[in-house]
Design a protein around this ligand. Structure first.
Ligand SMILES: Cc1cc2nc3c(=O)[nH]c(=O)nc-3n(C[C@H](O)[C@H](O)[C@H](O)COP(=O)(O)OP(=O)(O)OC[C@H]3O[C@@H](n4cnc5c(N)ncnc54)[C@H](O)[C@@H]3O)c2cc1C
Length: 547
């Protein structure tokens, strides 16, 4: 200490960085192997180490500190409708695309590809979530584009690109492309049938992939610097789906007026805009009047990413909380050794382990769906259940993790405020909570195989009285059609908890499944850390993060 120092800095943890975020996550690693992604181990380690490096964590901070800016016009007054990003944003996007976060299952369609990609996506969410938005939408557009084979054939090679190319340029000149989604209008987001944007076919181009001119607006359009957008507009036959490129094949800009950028709670690195179509060219994707059905293929895939995104946010919050508690003392003892703190941390770890198991199980259903009708039916309903539940749990869980760091957790330099601000968006977009619950009811009615496939998954874990009782109760609830809409949240919550419990009973170490059954099915409490007595916490904590 020199003579001007007033004190020594003590009792502060080292930064949690330069860690392989995959290697330190046993539930994730075990789940990846179990659900068919073992072949991707090396790349998951490579990506986990990259995103966990001090360098990439700093990129995440910078990309969020310097929000994107709209440049509506150039200096000479020409309308350009561009968004300018900080270099950190571009660096994160390039890293993610190099690692195929936006397209791995399409480049390598093999069993476990969705499991591997969901894991990559979840790892990225831990350090920079905004970039996940364009990456997710680009990943998810492909199943919708399949409704227009000619359009898909033209865009596919560039969708499979892995070299980030942020230029606004014609498709032919691009090394890779990003595709966004523009559905929501001022008068209706969940109820897209209220869309008023109109599409009129251009003379002589009425067939599949025919060209239309669009006039109208979209109230939310994220990642407006993407190369094209799947969008909805009304034709004479009803709501239809279109692909709208930002640049036309001859190099001219398609009219795409960015009115302003949203000033958002979180997700600040990512630009979300309000746009207008003013004689904007689009090609039809799928049949006229079937636009909702077409774009729902995309939405089904983005919902999987809402689960992996929220799981990633929670995982990073948990790792930060555990790391802090192991390095910080209060009242003469490490926080991690204090009985009450151990209960809080263990409860948070249970939440993340259950979310991780569910995310990977859903991803396997996506892997199996093309060849297995049962997997498709299970994925249809379980994705909606998982999207509702995991996204709903994230804000409360992350807040509690933040509190584990005390005042430091509330300060921007820790990543917790950013994780916390980010958390609600996964619940709000791509089907807000109520809409997801109604979607579960819809799946029950429209997909006769969905409930049997869901229950078969629970039956596979039979044997523990607590889970068996929850399954029996759920069956009784499912058999009661009356008043279903009003009861939907209760029903979906029970479905989610039973499914998570069944996965942990089958695959997690006994102290984890035992504690989950006790704390979520048998004696649920309203705050994290209010665990029933007599649980074995040490194995849960040790497993959550290596010391
Ligand atoms: C950061 C951000 C980025 C976004 N990016 C995009 C984008 O790129 N493209 C895009 O198209 N959209 C985007 N959205 C919009 C988002 O998808 C919508 O906000 C969402 O779908 C909800 O629509 P809404 O805002 O019109 O709310 P509303 O539809 O008005 O819903 C309001 C509330 O009512 C509930 N509700 C609706 N119907 C029912 C019902 N029948 N019963 C009970 N409750 C009901 C909903 O669950 C919700 O809680 C973005 C939103 C955000 C916040």
């Amino acid at each position: 200490m020199n003579s001007f120092d007033t004190h020594e800095v003590a009792n502060q943890p080292p930064p949690f960085e330069d860690v392989d975020l995959y290697a330190c996550d046993a539930p994730l690693r075990e789940g990846v192997a179990r659900e068919g992604g073992a072949w991707a181990e090396a790349r998951l380690h490579a990506f986990g180490a990259r995103v966990g490096s001090a360098e990439v964590m700093e990129l995440g901070r910078e990309a969020n500190r310097h929000a994107p800016e709209l440049r509506s016009h150039d200096r000479y007054g020409h309308r350009i409708d561009e968004v300018r990003f900080h270099p950190a944003w571009h660096a994160v996007m390039a890293l993610a695309m190099e690692h195929e976060v936006h397209n791995l299952p399409w480049r390598e369609p093999r069993p476990g590809a969705h499991v591997a990609r969901s894991s990559l996506h979840s790892l990225l969410s831990q350090v920079e979530s905004g970039s996940c938005c364009p990456l997710t939408m680009t990943f998810a557009c492909r199943p919708a584009l399949a409704h227009a084979p000619e359009v898909a054939a033209a865009w596919e090679p560039k969708l499979l690109g892995t070299e980030y190319d942020p230029r606004l340029a014609p498709l032919a000149d691009k090394r890779s492309v990003l595709v966004g989604m523009a559905m929501t209008e001022k008068q209706g987001g969940s109820d897209v049938r209220a869309n008023t944007t109109r599409a009129v076919p251009l003379e002589g181009t009425a067939g599949e992939g025919g060209e239309y001119e669009l006039v109208g607006h979209k109230w939310f359009c994220s990642a407006p610097m993407s190369d094209a957008f799947l969008t909805l507009a009304q034709t004479g036959r009803g709501l239809s789906c279109f692909l709208v490129p930002r640049v036309l094949p001859d190099g001219t800009r398609n009219p795409f007026r960015i009115q302003r950028l949203k000033d958002k709670l979180g997700n600040r690195s990512n630009a979300s805009s309000e746009i207008e179509y003013a004689g904007t060219r689009g090609v039809r994707v799928g049949d006229e009047g079937r636009g909702v059905r077409t774009i729902l293929e995309m939405v089904h895939h983005t919902r999987l990413d809402c689960v992996s995104g929220s799981t990633g946010l929670m995982r990073q919050a948990l790792a930060q909380a555990l790391h802090h508690a192991r390095h910080r003392e209060a009242f003469g003892k490490r926080l991690a050794d204090q009985a009450l703190m151990r209960a809080v941390l263990a409860d948070l770890a249970l939440e993340v382990e259950a979310a991780t198991a569910l995310m990977l199980r859903l991803a396997r259903a996506f892997d199996e769906s093309p060849r297995d009708e049962g997997a498709r039916a299970f994925g249809r309903i379980a994705t909606a259940v998982g999207k509702y539940w995991v996204c709903k749990r994230a804000p409360a869980m992350i807040y509690e993790a933040m509190e584990c760091l005390g005042g430091a957790g509330y300060v921007e330099e820790s990543i917790l405020p950013r994780l916390y601000r980010e958390a609600p968006v996964n619940a709000i977009w791509e089907g807000s909570g109520n809409v997801m619950c109604l979607d579960v009811l819809r799946a029950m009615v429209r997909e006769p195989d969905a409930v049997p496939a869901f229950l078969a998954e629970l039956e596979a874990a039979r044997g523990d009285a607590r889970l068996d009782a929850a399954t029996a109760e759920l069956k009784r609830e499912l058999a009661r059609p009356e008043d279903a809409e009003r009861r939907a949240r209760t029903l979906v919550e029970r479905m989610a908890l039973a499914l998570q419990a069944s996965l942990l009973v089958r695959y997690a170490p006994e102290p984890v499944s035992d504690a989950f059954l006790a704390a979520r099915l048998e004696r649920p409490a309203l705050t994290f850390g209010a665990l029933p007595a007599g649980l074995e916490l040490e194995p849960i904590l040790a497993r959550a993060l290596p010391a």
